[in-house]
Design a protein around this ligand. Structure first.
Ligand code: SAH
Ligand code: SF4
Ligand code: F3S
Length: 471
């Protein structure tokens, strides 16, 4: 059962924040610099968590900085979904050893999915002596207590997950953007797809109370936020613990009653739980962006079974048909894993056929990565790396054709775009996203950043649209 932390339990952490604040303020009055930096890997849920971590550090009196070299406290929020993510986090943290040599006051902590399992936390404890503390995803709310112990008792703290399905409200937050916001509506995952580490590192599924979510969204809209993304590993199982009180479709409907100029996005939807009710709510609510991310993972029914996904290709396709019947212009994206154990050329061909059938607007494809502790890691028919990467390139190439086709079909349309500022790849242009979550590049003044603009699309390429602002 999940446990919503009481005000009294949260008050304990607030007291630690105050105690640290006293120490930090007195350090500052002695002329010491007290900066903190949060480095984030992984998905949007980690980004949302990092904003809470930064919020707590800020409340402790630290100034939040972007560069690790400028910081006196570094927290790395890690990801474990693929081997590559883990290796990167470890190698980056390895480099911090040198920063500690330059700044002996430096405190370093690692949080997030990679260190949520006790074995990994132990590994860090023994192999990385310069790491001062570790906290799992279930222990984020305890960061003040952990840091206090490190600072005041000069002790290292290792706090991996221990199976507490907690929900913590009222953690302070420092958001990265002042027009786009993440709102976690639930935590954890109960699905145990056979390839995936997430249920082991994020713990059991648990939902926030609808009132807490609605209040947070209301505050964001009051503050002028334009795009709010509701986050959960499987948003369609939101609210299961509340019985019939409020499922995800109900929550979305209740949120959309909030007046204002904003759009709502959500991710991720699991095809086994995505309901027609949700699609109906989406179709009728103008605040809900017309984009659906529906990860299929594979087009082969045989592999879907091996993956423990609990849907068939036909069921998946009929959801897509229903979506398009209700919202003909909806943009659809998916996730696909290439090279799952036992994937034959025929299975892979089934996946390619899905691309041809659905013609996704966007595709996020991943090469299967073996995760220790998951059932798929023990399967004895692992696919060779060379086969995986060859299929991966074929998949990307196939998708490019459909994405370009879709994007070309947008030429001539006028689309509402939330301007995100200067493009990183093309400095002369502004960038933004359509409601369908497609990237658009256009000319204009930087004062448009954070505002909705209407863009007449003039060109469609595989990875972006181009256009001009119109009134
Ligand atoms: N909860 C979300 C996804 C979270 S992980 C969902 O169910 O859709 C994001 C994506 O990473 C997954 O959709 C999957 O495509 C990919 N992924 C997860 N585990 C993986 C692994 N072991 N190797 C490669 N890709 C993986
Ligand atoms: Fe992983 Fe499956 Fe849960 Fe998504 S639904 S987080 S893929 S176990
Ligand atoms: Fe990575 Fe954890 Fe997200 S494993 S993908 S950061 S839930």
């Amino acid at each position: 059962m999940s446990h919503i932390l009481t005000e009294a339990e949260m008050a304990v952490q607030k007291e630690y924040i105050e105690k640290i604040r006293n120490i930090v303020e007195s350090d500052k009055s002695c002329g010491k610099r007290r900066n903190a930096c949060v480095v984030t890997y992984g998905c949007q849920q980690n980004e949302a968590d990092s904003e809470r971590i930064a919020g707590m550090l800020n409340a402790m009196g630290y100034s939040i900085v972007d560069k690790e070299a400028d910081a006196d406290l570094i927290i790395v929020n890690t990801c474990a979904v693929r081997d590559h993510a883990e290796k990167r986090a470890l190698s980056i943290t390895g480099g911090y050893n040198h920063l500690k040599a330059v700044n002996p006051d430096l405190i370093i902590g690692i949080g997030g999915c990679m260190v949520s399992q006790p074995a990994m936390s132990d590994k860090v404890k023994h192999s990385y002596p310069y790491i001062d503390f570790v906290f799992g995803t279930e222990k984020i709310y305890m960061v003040p207590e952990i840091i206090y112990t490190v600072i005041s008792k000069d002790k290292r703290v290792f706090s991996a997950n221990s199976g507490d399905a907690v929900v913590a409200e009222d953690i302070p937050v420092v958001r990265e953007s002042n027009f786009k916001a993440w709102v976690s509506i639930m935590y954890g995952c109960n699905n145990f797809c056979t390839y995936c580490i997430v249920p082991y590192v994020r713990g059991r599924e648990r939902s926030r109370r609808p009132e807490a979510i609605i209040n947070e969204v209301q505050e964001l809209v009051n503050e002028g936020y334009k795009e709010i993304t509701l986050l959960g590993q499987n948003v369609n199982s939101y609210g299961k613990e509340f019985g019939d009180e409020c499922d995800f479709a109900d929550l979305l409907e209740r949120i959309c009653k909030i007046d204002g100029d904003y759009i709502i996005r959500f991710m991720t939807s699991h095809p086994k739980d995505a309901s027609k009710k949700l699609i109906d709510v989406m179709a009728k609510e103008k605040h809900v962006a017309k984009h659906f991310h529906l990860p299929i993972q594979s087009g082969s029914d045989r592999l879907l079974k091996e993956m423990n996904r609990h849907y068939t290709l036909d069921q998946y396709l009929s959801l897509i048909d229903y979506m398009r019947s209700k919202m003909p212009d909806i943009s659809i994206s998916t996730d696909i894993i290439v090279g799952f154990p036992g994937e034959t050329e025929e299975d892979f061909d089934d996946t390619l056929k899905v691309l041809e059938k659905v013609k996704y607007d966007m595709l996020f494809s991943f090469i299967y990565s073996k995760r220790d502790g998951t059932p798929a890691a023990k399967m004895d028919n692992q696919i060779e790396d060379s086969v995986k990467s060859e299929r991966f390139s074929r998949l990307i190439k196939a998708q490019e054709v459909y994405a370009e086709e879709n994007n070309k079909a947008d030429v001539g349309k006028t689309l509402r775009v939330l301007c995100e500022g200067e493009s990183k790849t093309n400095k002369d242009k502004l960038t933004g996203r359509t409601e369908g979550n497609k990237i658009v590049l256009f000319d204009g003044d930087i004062s448009n950043k954070g505002k909705f603009v209407n863009i007449k699309i003039t060109e469609g390429a595989a990875f972006a649209l181009y256009g001009n602002i119109v009134e």
